[in-house]
Write a protein that binds this ligand. Structure first.
Ligand SMILES: NC(=O)c1ccc[n+]([C@@H]2O[C@H](COP(=O)([O-])OP(=O)(O)OC[C@H]3O[C@@H](n4cnc5c(N)ncnc54)[C@H](OP(=O)(O)O)[C@@H]3O)[C@@H](O)[C@H]2O)c1
Length: 166
């Protein structure tokens, strides 16, 4: 099973100036719970934005740069290679961004794990439209803002309608 994990604002905003748009510790916990122990695939810009390998996960970074090596990550030249390696490591694989990588993988993945953040943010990177003809919402778990999390947010799971029929 290959899943996308993303946190987006109401207008599908996901990032600006190679940074996230909010600080939501509960979402970071959710991300950690979903992805720990499984391979994660990300674009080079997202890796640079995080700035270090995420622990307890094989970090697979997609880049066309040649002669780039870095400790603690697996660098691959294509998404095809990334998926091939990830699937060899584990049956659960997570694609963790950013916008460029999401656009190229939304038609390939089985599931979307989306945190919908209740805010309209100024952004320069967006998640593609989630087409309701293709995706069915199968789970929604909403939380109100509190002293640590500045926005209301929902954890929403979408699955491909065609795989639900099987
Ligand atoms: N809200 C969220 O959940 C979330 C999650 C992740 C990221 N983000 C945000 O998203 C933004 C970054 O997204 P982005 O779209 O600018 O960049 P990105 O998708 O993280 O990375 C793009 C880079 O990946 C490499 N790449 C892409 N497709 C490739 C392919 N088919 N084969 C080989 N390499 C490929 C290229 O690297 P080279 O240039 O090295 O060749 C490309 O420049 C940041 O603002 C980040 O904070 C948000």
């Amino acid at each position: 099973m290959v899943s996308i994990v993303v946190a987006m604002g109401k207008n599908n905003a996901i990032g600006k100036d190679n940074q996230l748009l909010w600080h939501l510790p509960e979402d970071l916990k959710h991300f950690k719970n979903l992805t720990s122990g499984h391979p994660i695939i990300m674009g080079r810009k997202t890796y640079e934005s995080i700035g270090r390998p995420l622990p307890n996960r094989t970090n697979i970074v997609v880049s066309r740069k040649e002669n780039w090596f870095e400790e603690g990550i697996l660098i691959v030249p294509s998404l095809k290679e990334a998926l091939k390696h990830a699937k060899k490591i584990d049956s659960e694989v997570f694609v963790i961004g950013g916008g460029n990588i999401y656009s190229q993988t939304i038609d390939l993945v089985d599931r979307l794990e989306v945190t919908i953040v209740d805010g309209e943010m100024d952004a320069d990177v967006f998640f593609p439209k989630i087409d309701s003809k293709i995706w069915a919402e199968t789970k929604r778990d909403c939380h109100s803002k509190d002293e640590k999390n500045a926005f209301d947010y929902c954890f929403v799971t979408y699955e491909r309608k065609e795989s639900l029929k099987k």
